[in-house]
Design a protein around this ligand. Structure first.
Ligand code: NAD
Length: 357
């Protein structure tokens, strides 16, 4: 038996509804595999503003850092939209990401066989897609200095940012990509713009250097413009895509739409003190409280936490298989409903998945 402490952040909007189902899944996993999960509920975002008057507290950060993983839902809503930037729900999200310092953002892109019709791409193009995008999250152009907007003597204004990477920042993210590839399809596609950018030349050098320790993994380099094209032309060629912050941001959103269902996509930030696991979608205030939200994104996120946060591979696979079986049996929440399916509520979808674990 293993025992784990998990921070649970139900959040705003549909967050509490879908988190309830994720906890049901975790309880079932605990029972089936004889683990003990100790849940510590934390509040970040709008729910923290309502409870403590600010989007995150020092106590919350300390609690999260004392646990093995953070299972996060989503934050935000109209109610808090008019607050000052540093008091808005998103400030809490940024603060916890900063405290955890997870430098590797993982975005798996996998399509369930029974969900292929939701993609905008043809079934033969998307069949068998199973890739993961590893995006560097705490450096690159979003953080590089100098940056700003200045007025020049000739009266024009200039805006600028700096895309900068230090060798160790590239090295640690490349290691994560190669480690993942070793456990998957044994191929890394490293994305850059080395034909134009000096920073990409260093990126290639360091990635090639790290690759020397992974002789069983194939490495290819691809310019980002080509990668964007290949993702819609032949996405099943990819196993692990490794990219810097900006390129990874754009490619992961592009790739996520291949699946066509926002309510079903997980993500993780790892590499820091505590892994943070959250669905890609937001708090969906338009459907909150109606019992119709799709809990699958949160549940697959929970599987990711089991795999990458707690190192429980078999347990993660059990959750993913239960989701696939439930979809195969025709269960659908409103967002993924088509004629001939069984339309179910958030809770019924959760129960159907839990039953199949
Ligand atoms: P959203 O992802 O919340 O919703 C977009 C659309 O997808 C909506 O129509 C929504 O109903 C639907 N949707 C999303 N998740 C769903 C689910 N699980 N089941 C069924 N339908 C689902 O994005 P938005 O509307 O742009 O943002 C709403 C709020 O969420 C905003 O306050 C935004 O700032 C916040 N947000 C938070 C995060 C986060 O916490 N990481 C991410 C994105 C947006």
């Amino acid at each position: 038996m293993s025992e784990f402490d998990i921070s649970i952040m139900p959040g705003d909007g549909i967050g509490p509804e879908i988190m309830e189902q994720a906890l049901g899944v975790l309880d079932k996993i605990a029972k089936k595999f004889s683990h003990k999960f100790n849940y510590k509920t934390v509040y970040i975002g709008g729910c923290s503003i309502d409870k403590f008057g600010k989007p995150i507290t020092d106590e919350t950060i300390a609690t999260v850092l004392s646990t093995d993983a953070l299972l996060f839902s989503s934050v935000g809503g109209e109610k808090w939209d008019n607050l000052a930037q540093d008091m808005r729900p998103e400030a809490g999200l940024l603060a916890i990401r900063k405290a955890i310092l997870g430098y590797a953002n993982l975005r798996p892109i996998k399509i369930f066989p029974s969900m292929e019709s939701f993609s905008t791409l043809k079934p033969e193009v998307i069949s068998g897609i199973d890739m993961i995008i590893v995006r560097e999250l705490v450096s690159g152009i979003y953080f590089g200095e100098p940056k700003g907007v200045v007025s020049l003597p000739d009266g024009t204004r200039k805006g600028f940012n700096t895309m900068a990477y230090k060798d160790y920042e590239i090295e640690r993210i490349a290691k994560i990509a190669f480690d993942l590839a070793q456990k998957r399809g044994k191929k890394v596609t490293s994305v850059d713009k080395a034909n134009v950018l000096d920073v990409s030349t260093l990126w290639r050098d360091v990635v090639s250097e790290v690759h020397k320790d992974y002789s069983d993994v194939e490495l290819e380099f691809m310019y980002v413009d080509n990668a964007a094209m290949q993702l819609v032309r032949n996405p099943s060629q990819f196993d692990v895509i490794l990219a810097g912050n900006l390129f990874g941001d754009i490619l992961s959103d592009e790739a996520s739409m291949i699946t066509g269902s926002l309510g079903m996509l997980p993500s993780a930030a790892i590499g820091g003190d505590v892994g943070m696991f959250e669905p890609v979608h937001g708090s969906a205030p338009d459907i909150a409280g109606k019992g119709i939200a799709n809990p699958i994104g949160q549940i697959i996120t929970t599987a990711m936490m089991l795999r990458y946060g707690l190192n429980l591979e078999t347990e993660a696979e059990a959750v993913e298989k239960a989701v696939a079986d439930t979809l195969k049996a025709g269960y659908r929440t409103a967002d993924i409903f088509r004629e001939s399916n069984k339309k179910v509520s958030t809770a019924q979808m959760g129960e159907a998945i839990i039953e199949r674990i």
